[in-house]
Design a protein around this ligand. Sequence first.
Ligand code: PLP
Length: 361
Amino acid sequence: MKEVYNFSAGPAVLPKPVLKKAQQELLNYHDSGMSVMELSHRSSLFEEIIENSEQLLRQLMGIPSNYRVLFLQGGASLQFSMIPLNLAKNKTACYINTGSWSKKAISEAKKIAGVTVKTIASSEEQHFNCIPALDQIEIPKDAAYVHITTNNTIEGTVYTKLPQTGSVPLIADMSSDILSKQYNINDFGMIYAGAQKNIGPAGLTVVIIRDDLLNQEAALSSMLDYKIQAESHSLYNTPPTFAIYIAQLVFEWLTELGGIAAIEKQNKEKAAKLYAAIDNSKLFCSPVEPNDRSIMNIPFVTNNQELDKKFIADATKIGFENLKGHRSVGGMRASLYNAFPEQGVAALIDFMHNFEAKHLG
Ligand code: PLP
C-alpha cells in the first residue's frame, strides 16, 4: 500500500488501530452475522454503540450531567442555522468574527427571520491573522448568546483565553479543535463540531448543549429542533450509524492513550516542532500572530507564490498529501490533528530543510 502522510484539514487522518478494528469487524459485527452498517438503529447492538459513544465522550471531555450530547447530521454548517433558529428568535445573537467559518456562521444567522445579528469583535481588518482583543467587547445583557469559533481551521488561529460573557451563554464551533486540548465544558452553553477532524468520518455532527438552552422556541422543523433531537436520544430519524460506530472506536483509542491531557501534550509537542522549524527558517514564515497560533492547523508561506506551488508539488510527489493552503489564503497548511503521527512532522521538517537549502542556494 502507498505510504503517505495526510496533512488534510478534513476529512482528516484517522488512527490506524481504529481503521484496523473497523476492518476486522466490517463483515461480522460481534457475531451478529451483519455489518455495523446493516444493523437497525433500533437494535440493541446499535443502542449499545450509541450509548457507549456518548459515555466515552462524556468521560473524555468531562461533560456534566446537565448537558445533553446529540449525534446529528448536516455538518457544522447546519448548526450555523439551527443555533439562531432555536435560541435567538426575536433576540440579539452576538458573534466574534475570527475567520471564514465565523463569517459563514454570521451570514447564516442573518438569514433567520426575527434574529438581530451583532458582530461584537472582529479580526477581519488584520486579515484574520489573530484573535481580536476581548477586553473591550460589549455584550447586550439580553443577548441570546455569544458565538465563537475556537480554532480557525483556515487561518490557523486559536483562542488562548475565552471571552467573558457573564450570564450570556457562550456557544463554540469547536469543529477543528474538539478533543485536542482540555476545555471546561461549564464555560459553554453549547459546543458543536463536525466529526471529520478529531472525531471520525464526515456525516456526523456532535452537539453538546446545556439543558436550559434546549428549545426555548419551537424550531420550525422537528429535525432542526434540539429539544426533539434530545428527547429522542438522537434517534428521531436514522442516524449516521457507521460514523457513530467509528467515533466510538476513536473515543476508545483516545481513552486508552490517556485521554485529552495526554493527546494535548503530544499535540503541543508536534506543533512546537513545526513552528520552531518555520521560525528558524530563512525561506518559510508563519502569517499568524505568535500568541494566537493554532496547534491543529499550521499555515506557512514563502514570499513567492511560484515557490509555494513548487513546494506543494514536490511534497505531493513524496507522499505528503493535502499541504496546499485553503484556496482563500493560499500558501501551505499542515493540519496536525490528534491522529497525525509525530514521524510525519519530523519528515515534513526534514523536507522543508532540504527544500530551503536547494532554493536559497
Ligand atoms: N467550522 C469549522 C471551524 C470548520 O473547520 C468547518 C469545516 O472544515 C466547518 C465549520 C464546516 O463543517 P461542515 O463541513 O461539517 O459543515
